[in-house]
Design a protein around this ligand. Structure first.
Ligand SMILES: [Zn+2]
Length: 62
C-alpha cells in the first residue's frame, strides 16, 4: 500500500504526514483493508469505526 493510514482513527491519507481528522502524526503504511464511508450519518461501519465524515478509512491498521 502506498497510502498511509492514521493509527489513531484509521483515516487514509494519500499525501502529507499529519492526519487531517484527528491531527495525529502516527501514520502507518501497514494496513490491509479499508472501508469507504459514503453516508457516515447512517452507516453501521462508520458507527463501528467511530467516524462521522465521508472518506476512506483503514479497518485493519497494524
Ligand atoms: Zn487520525
Amino acid at each position: 500500500m502506498e497510502d498511509k493510514a492514521c493509527k489513531n482513527c484509521g483515516f487514509v491519507i494519500s499525501h502529507g504526514d499529519v492526519c487531517p481528522v484527528c491531527g495525529s502524526k502516527d501514520l502507518t503504511t501497514k494496513w490491509s483493508s479499508y472501508a469507504i464511508i459514503i453516508n457516515a450519518d447512517k452507516s453501521e461501519i462508520a458507527k463501528k469505526l467511530g467516524v462521522s465524515i465521508n472518506s476512506t478509512f483503514a479497518i485493519d491498521v497494524k
